[in-house]
Write a protein that binds this ligand. Sequence first.
Ligand SMILES: [Zn+2]
Length: 177
Amino acid sequence: MGVGIPIFIRDDDVLVKSSSGNEIKRFISIHETIKSCGFIHRPGILVLELFSFPEIIDYIKNETLADKMDPQFHGLFHLEYHKFNTDKIIDHINLAQKTFENWFGKRFTRLYAPWGGNSLNLQEACSFCNVQLVDCNKDYYPIEQAVHFSDLSVLKEKEIAIHWWKQGTINRLKRLK
Ligand SMILES: [Zn+2]
């Protein structure tokens, strides 16, 4: 890659149940591909979905401690946070922070709002909790677009977005390096 900046791969909806049948295997193979390409994996965690996958928690923790993963918050579930009042959003963020600390030994710094949602309440809650709100503004490039970049240094301060369950994602990741 050789662009001299860390490249972050944002990966939403981890690990929501999918038709793939083996979510864990798929998630790990996405992560191992990201790692072998020299990128940093930023999974968007749906905290209460992860309770269905207790065996993955230590894996995420170890990869996080090794600086190969940077888990962030995508919701307790895939909820319409942009329609919630501020206190309720704050409650969800606080509960998620406690869970992150327990599981991964680390707090998150970003809320990837489901559906790229935004609202004044979301902004207020995130600023109160000292979390960066990421909505659908162009802080990221979908991988389908990023594979066409000849120079990845345009990704400074930005991320590449994937969905771990999407067909073709692993091949596109390999094309990026
Ligand atoms: Zn999502």
